[in-house]
Design a protein around this ligand. Structure first.
Ligand code: FES
Length: 325
């Protein structure tokens, strides 16, 4: 029996810099079965209605990572996203190019910065000169060592996480979730000879710009969980270098601060993060804040139930997180 056909109202972002002054949406009405992937709907538009529609794709099987785009404002692989649930939820389908990268034409973005960030983390084994790997045979890892990669080998570099990341949007210096997840993969590789150097180098390059919003993990079509690996990198960077950056000092100060009284002491945290000199430089903002919220200047009392907070810390301290290799 033939599958029921749905009415599919499709609005697609169009922009040809050689022809258009500004982007616009083109509307197409299709009739397709619910299981049709968004990519197939776009290819039908291109075949039947408008051969100029420009998009990237290759495998059509969620393997190559080329077809990432925004489907109803969420970063998705178009070949992996069926139209039925999108229509059920939104009543229509709106397609945009990925965020955080300039549009070259229609749904194709310029991925140069994305790949530059990837190259910056040196995504290859760096030999340990004291203990060189054998050149006449393989260097096998134990299953336990392989497990330390977590889900990172699943990454297909589609860029969905990069598109979803507000830290990339706010500061182009941030390497992005994909690059940091790949960095994690090499940091925990027992055959790599540059673990500490990698962790030291990445801190000023933007590790601490991650906001921990987890949008990258939500966007990832392969469940790589970049935000969790960035968290691990931060912990490993602190283990190697202590509080060497404002970001790591802030994390350490925040943790100690809450452990002490169960509530944040804002004034103390500023000093812990930026030092006395940094604190003095923030006096104008401090005065503005104190006018609005004078209680922030007072040292808070220990909260009722601080014992429970302490118990949470004990659980977290015993958590089974990866150790610095
Ligand atoms: S076309 Fe290859 S991942 Fe979608």
């Amino acid at each position: 029996m033939a599958a029921e056909l749905l009415d599919v109202p499709l609005d697609v972002y169009r922009f040809d810099p050689q022809r258009d002054k500004k982007p616009h949406y083109a509307h197409y009405d299709l009739k397709l079965p619910a299981h049709t992937p968004v990519l197939s709907a776009l290819l039908k538009v291109r075949t039947d209605l408008d051969p100029t529609l420009t998009l990237r794709y290759s495998c059509r099987s969620a393997i190559c990572g080329s077809c990432a785009m925004l489907v109803n404002s969420k970063s998705r692989l178009a070949c992996q996203t069926p139209i039925g649930p999108e229509l059920a939820r939104h009543g229509r389908i709106v397609i945009d190019p990925m965020r955080n990268q300039p549009v070259l034409r229609d749904l194709v973005v310029d991925a140069d910065t994305f790949w530059q960030n990837y190259r910056k983390i040196e995504p290859h084994l760096i030999p340990d000169e004291q203990h060189p790997l054998p050149t006449d045979r393989e260097s096998p890892m134990t299953p336990e060592e392989v497990d330390r990669f977590q889900e990172t080998p699943r990454c297909i570099a589609c860029g969905a996480c990069y598109s979803a990341c507000p830290a990339v949007e706010a500061d182009a210096a941030f390497p992005g979730p994909m690059a940091l997840a790949k960095l994690y993969r090499f940091v925990v590789d027992p055959r790599d000879g540059a673990t500490e150097a990698r962790l030291v180098k990445i801190q000023p390059e933007g590790l601490w710009l991650c906001l921990r919003c987890h949008l990258c993990t939500e966007a990832c079509p392969k469940d790589v969980r970049p935000s969790e690996r960035i968290r691990d990198l931060k912990e490993m960077a602190i283990a190697v270098q202590g509080g060497s950056e404002n970001g790591s000092r802030h994390a350490i100060g925040f943790k100690d601060n809450i452990r002490e009284k169960g509530i944040l002491n804002e004034m103390k945290l500023v000093r812990q993060t930026s030092g006395i000199a940094g604190m003095l430089s923030q006096i104008p903002q401090g005065i503005k804040l104190a006018r609005k919220k004078p209680e922030l200047l007072r040292s808070p009392h220990r909260i009722a139930g601080q014992d429970e907070v302490e118990k949470l810390y004990e659980i977290l301290d015993g958590d089974d997180r990866p150790e610095t290799p």
